[in-house]
Design a protein around this ligand. Sequence first.
Ligand code: CAA
Length: 380
Amino acid sequence: MSFPLNEEHRMIEAMVRDFAREQILPGAAERDRTGRFPKEILAQMAELGLLGMTVPQEYGGAGVDSISYCLALKEVAYACASTAVIMSVHNSVACGPIYQFGSDYQKEVYLKRLAKGELLGCFALTEASAGSDPASQRAVAEKRDGYYVINGTKVFITNGKNADVAVVTAYTSKEKKHKGISAFIVEKGANGFSVGKIEDKMGLRASDTAELIFEDVRVPLENRLGDEGDGFKIAMISLDGGRIGIASQAIGIATACLDAAVNYSKQRIQFGRPISQFQAIRWMIADMATEIEASLLLTLSAAHLKDQGRPFTKEASMAKLFASEMAQRAAYKALQIHGGYGYMKDFPVERYYRDVRVLTIYEGTSEIQRTVISREVLGA
Ligand code: CAA
């Protein structure tokens, strides 16, 4: 990898690689089969500082840069894509907005415990009729008797069932369109806040995806994140960071696909020789390796811009678009190289193929990423 990584980056990458391959990878297939949430693993990850990676140490985090975060996330994803999305959502779109927009009180009460891994976070923006178009959401937060009273239903919320704290968006004044959306920190135990349908998914089966229902949920005024009307921007800015995380997740899964394909192709004998000696296979492997490298460079470059406090919206979308589509191709090729065996659950590529599919959909579909990129390129 030619990106200029420093000593700390390399140390973090190596540390997380060892941990992920020793502690996370061995149970990944079993968790995929049973859908068991990796609670014990998250406790270990908390010890290693992986649940508040870019949050400064004064707020309980590890205080490392976004490049280190990407390197760590790709290593976790290599071992278990489900664990990686839990980590990504918790870090990028739960800790992220509270650190960036939270008050001192919110940082003290929520961020410190989230960053230490004592609490798990989720991000509740999406609704049944508001996916790519979050401004069309219907949830409302009405100011009443010294509280915000939230009503609405959020869907497809990663960590929704297991999270202790949710960053939730809702309209405080509908007539202002997206400028009337506000963000709130809502605790799981709040009266009227319940978990609805738990989705039965194609992949990422050890990470929960849930409906969150808000029925007259009273939220203290001090739990509003940012000013009234800031919610849409907070969501968009947080998603910029989140998209670098999903790109890293894609790179981790694609690398696992590449390694599986390399190993299998060296062992599988057909026509009297390992299939790795056939040009058709070699070219697929060459393309996978090249595209993984390109994705990593795009992702680390976006992370570097973020670390420097420079604009990175376009670059985050480019990284997410390219890496998530690249990972589809990598999973396809890895399965193809495995032939019939790849279609069976005995080999991990079957899981990679399912896990990777959602990456071009969540945290903004490929079509939304192209919308963001084209607006920036065309200036309109
Ligand atoms: N940074 C800062 N501000 C931003 C911004 C960004 N990246 N993107 C938009 N904004 C601001 C704009 O500047 C504008 O501000 P003003 O009103 O002050 O001018 C405002 O937000 C509205 O912007 P747009 O007019 O561009 O808004 P839009 O309604 O056309 O939508 C969009 C733009 C890019 C399509 C956006 O809606 C979008 O990203 N949609 C995808 C939503 C998404 O990614 N959902 C993922 C759900 S979470 C998830 O998946 C997590 C998980 O479980 C893994």
